[in-house]
Write a protein that binds this ligand. Structure first.
Ligand code: GLO
Ligand code: MG
Length: 348
C-alpha cells in the first residue's frame, strides 16, 4: 500500500435521479444533461459514465451517422470541461425489442437488435475516447426457469460477446454481475460466472468485470472477496461502490451507509492492489433517497466520496503489524475488536 496513491472519481447521469420508484412519481424536477455535467464538475469528479442513450438521447430514432455526430459533439463538450468518459453501456433493458431479454431473448429479432445496438455503443465509446463497454445484463435471465434453456442462454451470451469483440479489436467488455432484479434469476449472477464465461469467448483477455457492492450483497457474497477474486485475474476494470441493507430491492445507498466495516474491507482491498493505477476510476452507483430535497441533491455523491477517502485513511493507519500478530496467535476475538475500535476511532 502506498501512502501517496490517489484516486479519481466518477458517476453517471442516472445517479442524479429524480426520485421515481415503482410506487410513485418523481419528487425532484427533471434536470438537463448539461446541469448534471455541471454538478459533476462542481463536485470535482473527474469522469462520467454513460449509457449509450445518455450520450445520444432517443438513440433508436436516429441514423447511425447522426448518432456518431452527436457522440462527437459530446466528446468536444467533455474535452472542453476536462471530463473523461469512463465507459459506455448499452441500455438494452429499456427497449421494447428486449422485453423478454436481449442477448438471451427467445426471439432472434431481439437478439439481433441487442447485438447491433451493442456494436453501435462500441462506436460511441470510440468517439468518447474510452475502450470500456460495461454490460449490466439486466434482462438476461428468467422469471420462471422453464422459459429459457440455460445452456442455450450461455451460448447466446458468448455469441454476443464475440460479435462485440470482433467489432473492435481494442474494446474491453466489463460484465457487471447482478443475481436478480429485474429478473427472478440472472444467468451471470456473480464475478465467478462472469470470469468463467469470459474463457469461452474468442478473446478472454478482453472480457473482464465491474463489481458493484450492492450486487454482491444481493448474491449473499462479500464485496471485498468478489473484488479480490477479479483482481487475482487482473480483471477488476471498474467498481460501482454503494451499499445495500440486506436482501431487499436494489437500494444503491451511499457508500458505507449500511455496513461501514464492509466498506472498510472494500477500501482495504482497493488500497492493497493500488486500484486506479492502471487508469481505473472509483465510480459510485448511488442514488439520492426519494425524500431528498432538490437543495440536497448532490449529497449522496459528496458523502460517498467523503466516506471513501476517510476509509482510505483508516486503511492506511490500520496497524497491520499488530493485526499480523493477532492472526499468528489465532486471536480473532482481539482482531475483531481491534477493527471495531479502529473504525470507532477509540482512544486506548
Ligand atoms: C443496476 C445497475 C446499473 C448499471 C448501469 C450501468 O442495478 O447497477 O446502475 O450499473 O446501468 O450499466
Ligand atoms: Mg451498477
Amino acid at each position: 500500500m502506498s501512502a501517496t496513491h490517489t484516486y479519481r472519481f466518477c458517476f453517471g447521469p442516472w445517479n442524479l435521479s429524480e426520485g421515481a420508484d415503482p410506487y410513485g412519481p418523481p419528487t425532484r424536477e427533471k434536470q438537463s444533461f448539461a446541469w448534471k455535467l455541471d454538478q459533476l464538475k462542481a463536485l470535482g469528479f473527474e469522469a462520467m459514465m454513460f449509457h449509450d442513450d445518455d450520450a445520444v438521447p432517443d438513440i433508436d430514432g436516429k441514423s447511425a451517422s447522426a448518432v456518431l455526430a452527436e457522440a462527437k459533439e459530446l466528446r468536444r463538450q467533455l474535452d472542453g470541461e476536462g471530463i473523461a468518459a469512463e465507459m459506455v453501456a448499452p441500455r438494452l433493458w429499456f427497449a421494447p425489442q428486449t422485453i423478454d431479454g436481449a442477448y438471451t431473448g427467445n426471439d432472434p429479432a431481439a437478439r439481433r437488435y441487442a447485438i447491433d445496438r451493442s456494436r453501435q455503443a462500441i462506436d460511441i465509446a470510440n468517439e468518447l475516447g474510452t475502450d470500456l463497454l460495461v454490460l449490466w445484463l439486466a434482462r438476461e435471465g428468467t422469471y420462471l426457469r422453464e422459459a429459457k434453456v440455460a445452456s442455450e442462454a450461455y451460448d447466446r451470451l458468448v455469441e454476443a460477446f464475440d460479435a462485440m469483440l470482433a467489432h473492435d479489436p481494442k474494446i474491453r467488455l466489463a460484465i457487471e454481475p447482478k443475481p436478480n432484479e429485474p429478473m427472478d434469476h440472472a444467468y451471470l449472477p456473480t464475478i465467478g460466472h462472469a470470469l468463467a464465461i469470459a474463457q469461452l469467448t474468442d478473446d478472454p483477455s478482453r472480457v473482464g468485470a465491474l463489481i458493484e457492492t450492492a450486487h454482491c450483497i444481493l448474491a449473499g457474497l462479500d464485496p471485498s472477496d468478489e473484488m479480490e477474486f477479479a483482481l487475482r485475474f487482473g480483471k477488476l476494470w471498474s467498481v460501482h461502490l454503494n451499499d445495500q441493507n440486506g436482501l431487499k430491492f436494489d437500494q444503491d445507498k451511499p457508500f458505507g451507509s449500511s455496513n461501514l466495516r464492509s466498506a472498510f474491507d472494500q477500501v482495504r482491498t482497493l488500497e492493497r492492489h493500488e486500484f486506479g493505477s492502471h487508469g481505473e476510476y472509483v465510480c459510485f452507483d448511488v442514488h439520492p433517497f426519494r425524500s431528498t430535497r432538490p437543495e440536497h441533491w448532490l449529497e449522496h455523491l459528496r458523502n460517498s466520496r467523503r466516506t471513501f477517502l476517510q476509509l482510505v485513511e483508516k486503511s492506511r493507519t490500520f496497524d497491520d503489524a499488530a493485526a499480523a500478530q493477532l492472526i499468528a496467535q489465532r486471536d480473532y476475538q482481539a482482531l475483531d475488536q481491534m477493527v471495531i475500535e479502529h473504525l470507532l476511532g477509540s482512544v486506548h
